[in-house]
Design a protein. Structure first.
Length: 118
């Protein structure tokens, strides 16, 4: 979302490129957290299609507990299997969910973050 010069709310459809794996957020972390995890893996994307006041939300979600390359698309009651090379990165992404791994595995110490693309 953004406000234009006429003070109207408009949807920002700017394409933001982001990697599926190893998203390094170190430059956005405080210096006091330099020893903490700053590289994250994408595990879910919420997309919004249509206008600011109306539209459809769809979700891409990765099976992070069993097979990290297995993705699913959720569109209301329809669920589709997707391989990561079919994952569609586009300007409809609204919210990204990421996790930081400890020793290349998910465990109770994993760090989860959300990034809003607005």
């Amino acid at each position: 979302m953004k406000i234009n010069y006429e003070m109207d709310w408009i949807k920002n459809n700017t394409l933001v490129l982001y990697p599926e794996d190893n998203l390094d957020l170190q430059q956005y972390c405080s210096s006091s957290s330099s020893s903490q995890k700053s590289s994250y893996t994408l595990y879910s994307i919420i997309n919004h299609d249509d206008s600011l006041n109306d539209g459809l939300y769809t979700i891409f979600c990765r099976d992070i507990m069993n097979n990290q390359q297995q993705w699913f698309e959720f569109d209301d009651e329809i669920i589709k299997y997707l391989h990561s090379d079919k994952l569609c990165f586009n300007s409809k992404a609204y919210l990204l969910f990421l996790y930081g791994e400890v020793d290349n595995r998910i465990n109770e110490n994993a760090v989860f973050v959300k990034l809003f693309l607005i």
